[in-house]
Design a protein around this ligand. Structure first.
Ligand SMILES: Cc1cc2nc3c(=O)[nH]c(=O)nc-3n(C[C@H](O)[C@H](O)[C@H](O)COP(=O)(O)O)c2cc1C
Length: 312
């Protein structure tokens, strides 16, 4: 191994629930494909980690178009969780990602508790997977479509079952479409999760007034982008005060300063989502921006900034 001639000015490394990240910048699920789609713009080795597009037990075609609609400072999407299914992910997507020196976190989901357990079990013991992020914002079709992530009992039961089904670090991705995010953070902790990820998209709707039809074929969709950032920062702050679990903060991060807002609110790592569609190098720009602000501030270690917002 080559000897380092100089020490980096700021230490950005993070241990997230046992997952070693060289820096806290990750990709938000569903906005960076499986890494390969962005590899011509971004050296994946430079990222703390890649959180891949949500994976289910069987392939899913997703919703009919239109599936996205641009909104002021954001976008609505109703992709419908299109993905090739866990077997194709393992045979065709993961081998590519594994070649890089970056953590691979697999985002998983299902439409019943059994489907979630099935996909999680399938990923157990597979080399090259650092952790699992569970998207709990899905309806349980076996229980009248009740959304796991907005029903405390359903969320707790799901995450408890997944805890039993895997030894991998388990990160619960919380839905913001709830009145009190702290209740869900506590439920995830009590179920045995190792970390939290927040926020997922906020439920929204847009209407074309001329033809009087919803802009999305699905009628409603998930709102993301800078428009949701203050909501996301607030929820990260509340969740971080409620539980001691490490948090991946996301929602509208465009710059290094935006990312540091989440860190000060209590996140240990951040994920970049919608920005990737505007600027495919957004992840690296955020990383450089964080480093620059830290240098300006004389902050030598990112870990020392976690939760350090001064509310006094
Ligand atoms: C097009 C699109 C697809 C997404 N797909 C997923 C997904 O498969 N699983 C998931 O947990 N979150 C998904 N998300 C939510 C993002 O990972 C993220 O939580 C959210 O967009 C907020 O971050 P942002 O404002 O930086 O985009 C998706 C978001 C977008 C915009």
């Amino acid at each position: 191994m080559k000897k380092l001639l100089f020490k980096p000015a700021v230490d950005l490394s993070v241990d997230f629930a046992g997952i070693k990240l060289k820096n806290p910048v990750l990709t938000a699920s569903g906005t960076f494909g499986y890494g390969e789609e962005f590899a011509e713009f971004v050296d994946l080795n430079k990222l703390g980690g890649v959180i891949v597009k949500g994976i289910s037990l069987k392939a899913i075609k997703g919703n009919p178009p239109p599936r996205i609609w641009e909104t002021p400072s954001g976008m609505l999407n109703a992709i419908g969780l299109e993905n090739p299914g866990v077997d194709v992910f393992l045979s065709e997507k993961l081998p590519y990602l594994r070649k890089f020196d970056t953590a691979v976190i697999v985002n998983v989901f299902g439409y019943s508790l059994e489907e979630y357990v099935g996909v999680v079990e399938r990923l157990g013991g597979v080399p090259g997977i650092s952790g699992l992020e569970v998207n709990i914002s899905c309806p349980n079709v076996k229980q009248g479509g009740i959304v796991f992530g907005t029903d405390l009992k359903a969320a707790f039961e799901l995450l408890s079952a997944l805890r039993k089904a895997t030894k991998l670090p388990l990160i619960a991705k919380l839905s913001p479409n709830v009145t009190d995010i702290t209740e869900f953070a506590l439920a995830a902790r009590d179920a045995g999760c190792d970390g939290l990820s927040l926020i997922n998209t906020l439920l929204g709707m847009a209407i074309d007034v001329r033809c009087r039809r919803p802009r999305l074929a699905n009628c409603t969709g998930g709102l993301s982008g800078p428009a949701i950032r203050p909501v996301a920062v607030r929820m990260v702050w509340q969740a971080a005060k409620a539980v001691a679990l490490p948090i991946i903060g996301m929602g509208g991060i465009v710059t290094g300063e935006d990312a540091l807002e989440f860190i000060l609110a209590g996140a240990s790592a951040v994920a970049i989502g919608t920005s990737n569609f505007v600027n495919p190098r957004a992840t690296l720009d955020v990383l450089a921006g964080m480093e620059q602000v830290m240098l300006e501030q004389g902050a030598g270690d990112i870990k020392g900034l976690v939760g350090k917002v001064n509310v006094g």
